[in-house]
Design a protein around this ligand. Structure first.
Ligand code: HSE
Length: 434
């Protein structure tokens, strides 16, 4: 009880007041990997700027798996421990969770919030799985729980929309949410191999510790659940989404997309009505003129189909320094306004499904004349719009057709014509609905 009282007093004392001296905020870091280290480094490097805004951000303690004072980021910390009891015994004003994954992050965040300590995190896996419950705990304890850095870290839009319910009314969105996948496809288009492009993304600190999270589309899917919660008031289970990764995309696909006037991008797409949530996370063809068509490298982008019109945001989505900056801004906001930024709201459990109709970008390999293959597709109700031949393959852009018809057409050409066909979604440049 004494500890709780002390913390409550600390929080009251640390809220910035107009004209007050810089507020000293003692930050406890959970994890000191890429992100945790960057938080410690950026807090020190930006101390002059932060001070002019009234904040003295002071990373004082870190909980790590293996305490090693040799770590550069550890040098400035008063406490480096592998024992949560030791960390929670420190006088802390804010906790930054930078462990990643669900456990032990969830248990530690829960403990911090119930102890009255605000928490900031960039952990989309945690927020996708437990965001609703953790926000509830934060609200019940009158402390902040923020995760701006969890989705397009370099563009501060989550918290902004959370505070602006009318602006956040939306029917759908199309987005590039994974910097690693986007960077890999951009590098492959520029002549790199997949392994070299992945290695580069890892070297730049873009990729997750387990990069299959990026490549498989899972990371983007987790971020999509955060967006569905914010813009659609829907709770989406990641496991129920249709997700495919970029591993199946090769350099010829990228060149063929270009021949057909577009690009292949790692896309998260969703539109909703009531509980129905039509969505996919997958590499998709976009016309070059699409607002997301020119977003390359680590850059992320989101096109929101708002009730008032389309809104486009783009910016860096990955990288330790970008993430650290978003976290530290959240730290300032959390302490300046201690209530949770993600307000209480009735949210419905979404029913995810694939969009009814989509245009498709189809790769066909096999020694069958294009006219014959075209007829086989047409017999299944899938009509070709444009096609191109490249490196012994046929690439086709179709008119909108249902996934069932496309599956049937692919099965037909596979059987009758011994072709192998792979279909990617193709988005129009104007409408959101597939
Ligand atoms: N691995 C993630 C990405 C980091 O590449 O987008 C930012 O969430």
């Amino acid at each position: 009880m004494r500890a709780l009282t002390a913390l409550a007093e600390t929080r009251t004392a640390t809220r910035p007041r107009a004209g007050a001296l810089p507020v000293h905020l003692r930050i406890g870091l959970l994890g000191l990997g890429n992100v945790g280290s960057a938080v410690a480094r950026v807090a020190r490097a930006a101390s002059d700027l932060l001070e002019t805004r009234g904040f003295d951000l002071d990373p004082v303690a870190a909980l790590v798996r293996t305490p090693s004072p040799a770590r550069a980021a550890a040098a400035s910390l008063a406490c480096l421990t592998d024992d949560p009891e030791v960390l929670f015994a420190q006088p802390l004003d804010v906790i930054v969770e930078a462990i990643g994954g669900v456990e032990p992050a969830q248990a530690l965040v829960r403990r911090a919030l119930t102890s009255g300590i605000p928490v900031v995190t960039a952990n989309k896996t945690l927020v996708a799985a437990h965001g609703e419950a953790l926000t509830g705990i934060a609200r019940a304890n009158g402390v902040g729980f923020r995760y701006e850095a969890a989705c397009i870290a370099g563009v501060p839009f989550l918290g902004t929309f959370a505070r602006r319910p009318l602006a956040a009314r939306a029917r759908g969105l199309t987005a590039i949410l994974n910097g690693t996948s986007n960077a890999i496809l951009s590098d492959i288009a520029a002549g790199s191999s997949f392994p070299a492009a992945l290695e580069r993304a890892q070297r730049l600190g873009l990729a997750e510790p387990d990069p299959t999270m990026d490549i498989s589309g899972r990371d983007a899917a987790e971020k999509l659940t955060l967006l569905a919660r914010l813009f659609g008031s829907l709770c989406v289970r990641c496991d129920e989404l249709h997700i495919s990764g970029i591993a199946d995309v090769d350099p010829i696909d990228l060149r063929a997309a270009q021949e057909l006037g577009g690009v292949l991008k790692p896309i998260a797409h969703a539109s909703w009505s009531g509980r129905l949530f039509d969505a996919f996370v997958a590499p998709a063809f976009l016309p070059q003129a699409h607002p997301l068509g020119s977003i390359s490298g680590r850059t992320n982008g989101i096109l929101i189909d708002s009730v008032g019109g389309r809104q486009l945001f783009a910016g860096p989505g990955a990288g330790p320094d970008v993430t650290a900056a978003a976290i530290l801004d959240d730290v300032c906001e959390t302490v300046g306004s201690p209530e949770s930024s993600y307000a209480a709201e009735e949210r419905l459990a979404a029913i995810p499904r694939l969009p009814d109709m989509s245009a498709w970008f189809i790769r066909i390999t096999g020694d069958v004349p294009a006219a014959e293959t075209c007829e086989l597709f047409a017999a299944q109700g899938v009509w070709w719009n444009h096609s191109a031949e490249l490196s012994g393959r046929l690439y086709v852009l179709t008119f909108p057709a249902s996934p069932a018809r496309v599956d049937a057409a692919i099965a037909t050409v596979g059987g009758a014509a011994r072709c192998t066909a792979t279909a990617f979604h193709a988005l129009p440049d104007e409408a959101f609905a597939c």
